[in-house]
Each structure stands twice: as C-alpha cells, then as structure tokens.
Design a protein around this ligand. Structure first.
Ligand code: DHB
Length: 470
C-alpha cells in the first residue's frame, strides 16, 4: 500500500487542554504518515498541532499563521524508537509531573510538529531489526520533507523549523541541524518514498546530546579519570509504574589501566581537531589529559558557577571552587567529577560485552548488537562484529559540522548540565567549538547542577527562538 504525502486539511480535531493554570486550544492533525512506503507504521508518522488563534486571524507574539515558527521536538530516548508525541504530561523521568515540551510550545503560540522515528528496538514480524542506524535520522528528515511538501496546506513557516531533543534526541536534533540536504541519506529516503524536498532546518536546540559515539569512550575516561567507583540509577517504566534500582561497583584493575590508555587517545583526538577558544588560543591536551582544552572546558563550569553565585547560590560547601570577592576564580575539574560521580564503567559506550544501547543502535537487521570502534572490537568479549564506519559517521553530527558537505543550520542552542554523567562534558564542548569555528551562531551553556535532563528552561528557549525569528 502506498500512502499519500498530501495532508488532508479537513481532517483535524479542535481540542482544548488545561494543565495547571494554562489552557490551550489547538487544531490537531494526527497520525500523518510521512513516507509513501513506511516500514514501521507505529513510528513513521507525525502529529501536527496548530494554535486555533491563527485560524481566527489572531497574532501571537507578533506571529501570524503564515509567519509562526514550527517547533519540531523529537521524543527519542536511549536510541530507542520515539513516538509521535502529543501535548500532555511529560513521560520523561526528569519531567515527571510537568507538561511536556509540546504543551509549553503551543501555550507559547508556536506550531508544533512532533515526529515519531524508528529506533533500535523495533522489529518486523520476522524478527529483523528495522531501526538500526541511520534509521532515526532518516525518519526525522522524511518528516521535515513532509512538512515542506505540505507547506501550503498547513500554517507555520517551513523555513523556520526549529528542532529540539534531549540526550539521544539531542544528538538527533544536532544531526538534523548539521546534515541538511546531505546526499548521503538519499538512498534511504528514496527507498521509503520520502517527499522530494529539502530537509535542512533553521535552528537546532540540543539538550545533552549523546553524540560523537566514536570518541565518547575516550572523552568519558578523560572526564572521570581517577573516579573508579561507578553508580548507576536505573528507572524502568513497567506498565506505567516506575521501578527504580541502583547498580554500583568499582572498576577492575584492567579497566583502571585502560582508562589511562583512553585518556591519551582522547588527547590525540582533541589535538587532531585544530580547535581554538575564540580568542586565538589553540586547544590541546597532553597525554595525561591536562592542557588548554581542559582549561577551556573548565571555563564553562566556572561560567555556570558564577551565574549560580550571582543568583544567590551558596558555593561554600564546594572546596574545589575558589571564590574571591564574589568572583569564581578557579575550579578543580577532577574534584568536580568526583563530586558529580561516575555513572558508567569503562568503556562507557562501546561495551566489550555489547550491552549498551549504542551497541544495539549500530547493529544490523540480523545482528542485534555490534561494536562501533576499533577499540571496542579489539576488546570484545562477545565476538562482536564492527559496524561499517560509514554508517557510524552518518549518526555523528560532527561528520557534517564544518558545513562543507551539507546545509548546516545557522543557529544553535546547546545545553549540558554540570551534573550530567551520561556522557562527558567534553563532547558537547567540542561540538560547539567546531560549529563556532565554522562560522555558525552557537549559544552554549552548562546549567548549574542540572543532571541528565532536557526541556527545563522552555521560556528561555522560546525567547531564543523569537529572537531569531522576529
Ligand atoms: C540516553 C542516555 C544514555 O546514557 C545513553 O548512553 C544514550 C541515550 C538517553 O537518555 O537518551
């Protein structure tokens, strides 16, 4: 069966939804299949929500139905499939008890297109895996193309699509932002019957992007080197009930030795990037992990602590932070890492026993788990194969960040909380620096004491969007 890519303008419901003190009224166009030949009908669809005010000729924040930006939040987590989401309660652990981003965005007057996408856990009736890399990003691109294909049937400005996501979803938002119109995804899009339209976007908002997976193990050891105890808080949603458990332990002598090795490899990696700090100082590392790049990462934590201090936070219980005359003048990053605690043991991502979500992301239709680094493959205790490096590259926003092989979006907002331990802070710092050096507009900040989370500052996010789309 072939699905039409033409949205039916008459098929919608007008809904009213109240959460807390806020009531929103919007037109809901749901379950819009965005490819002609879907392989996973549950996820290859999007929900489109348009504030009813625009149909009544009203303006919100100066926007009309023609000019209002389109907020494009993906709901991917842990590289599993993401549902085409609806306005309502936040289903993410960190958002418990609050409305989700879709609700906030509609309340703020934006059009919202919420795409579903396949993920690593999706299987067909033969048991083949349908959502391994690069399925997630292919689906998001197809959804963007669908919106452009229907631009005259919907409200909202398809030249002002702003992507948003957290964690794996943050990485996908980043990838959507860097890989616009890349021909490298074309065969996948064509096979699905995606609309023949552009898939570049206007801006990307990325919370804690779990990206650059090829280098994430080394970056993690650089961050948590010497922190040999790990603590993993697991929360599972089983039938709507949250079950919490705690795994902790100490790294083995072999892991501790390997940590030194990976720190040195991370230094090689950073030194190969040609990064500078924005004032002309080159960013480098010695094989022990010290150097100007470390100082640069530290400067973002200092900036964050300074803002917290200015807002009245008490930093006196943190002896690794030096405050003189209300200025944060020094911060010991290693002590900060001990305070934050290590979540993942070595290797954090390309696990030797193939147990990570990323091992599954880089599997194939028949092979559920694979390695994605030479290092992981060399240490495999599970006889794992190595994923094709071209596929791994198609999942990495950095592949495209210099803008020489795709249409990279101009505007970036990247957030990584100072207590986030799901990946190294170095990962997003590198990404932001590469984008800045390539001439893009990057707003990078590490919110103070925020753990692995997203969508915690929607008002600021919306102010940023409005400043870009006056
Ligand atoms: C997510 C968290 C992780 O620790 C990880 O390795 C991948 C994804 C997430 O929350 O999406």
């Amino acid at each position: 069966m072939e699905y039409s890519l033409d949205l039916n303008e008459n098929q919608y419901e007008v809904r009213t939804l109240t959460m807390g003190e806020t009531t929103i009224r919007f037109r809901a166009f749901e379950d819009l299949v965005y490819v002609r030949h879907p392989v996973d009908l549950e996820h290859q669809k999007l929900n489109l929500y348009i504030p009813e005010d625009y149909y009544e000729g009203k303006t919100i924040h100066g926007y009309t139905g023609k000019t209002v930006p389109i907020f494009f939040p993906n709901a991917s987590g842990a590289y599993a499939s993401g549902p085409a989401d609806r306005p309502g309660p936040n289903f993410r652990l960190w958002g418990r008890g609050k409305p989700n981003g879709i609700f906030y965005a509609l309340a703020a007057g934006f059009v919202v297109a919420a795409p579903g996408s396949r993920g690593r856990t999706v299987q067909d009736e033969n048991g083949d895996f349908l959502g391994c890399a690069p399925a997630h990003i292919v689906d998001l691109k197809a959804a963007v193309r669908y919106l452009r294909h229907n631009k005259d049937r919907i409200l909202g400005d398809t030249e002002h699509i702003i992507s948003n996501g957290t964690s794996a979803g943050g990485a996908l938002s980043a990838l959507l932002g860097t890989s616009g119109n890349s021909v490298e995804y074309e065969p996948y899009l064509e096979a699905l019957g995606a609309a023949q339209e552009r898939d570049d976007i206007f801006a990307a908002s990325c919370y804690t992007p779990i990206m650059d997976l090829e280098h994430a193990d080394m970056a993690y050891e650089w961050m948590f080197h010497g922190v040999n105890h790990y603590e993993l808080h697991i929360v599972k949603n089983i039938g709507g009930e949250l079950h919490e458990s705690f795994v902790e332990g100490d790294m083995t002598p072999e892991q501790i030795e390997q940590s030194d090795f990976l720190v040195a490899r991370f230094a090689d990696y950073v030194n190969s990037l040609g990064l500078e700090d924005g004032t002309g100082t080159s960013l480098e590392l010695s094989s022990d992990g010290s150097g100007s790049f470390r100082n640069y990462v530290t400067s973002f934590v200092v900036q964050s602590a300074q803002r917290a201090l200015d807002q009245g936070a008490d930093l006196s219980g943190m002896p690794w932070i030096t405050v003189e005359n209300s200025r944060v003048t020094a911060l010991d990053l290693a002590a900060h890492a001990r305070y934050a605690t290590r979540m993942k043991q070595l290797p954090a991502f390309d696990q030797w026993d193939l147990r990570s979500p990323e091992n599954e992301l880089f599997g194939t239709a028949k092979q559920q788990f694979q390695h994605f680094t030479e290092y992981g493959k060399a240490h495999s205790t599970a006889g794992g194969e190595l994923c094709d490096s071209r596929i791994v590259a198609l999942m990495n926003p950095l592949t495209f960040a210099k803008g020489d092989r795709s249409q990279v979006c101009r505007h970036w907002r990247i957030r990584f909380g100072t207590l986030d331990r799901d990946t190294s802070m170095a990962v997003s710092v590198i990404f932001a620096a590469v984008l800045r050096q390539a001439g893009f507009d990057v707003d990078y900040f590490m919110p103070w004491e925020i753990p692995h989370a997203g969508d915690y500052d929607m008002d600021e996010l919306f102010t940023w969007i409005r400043s870009l789309c006056p």
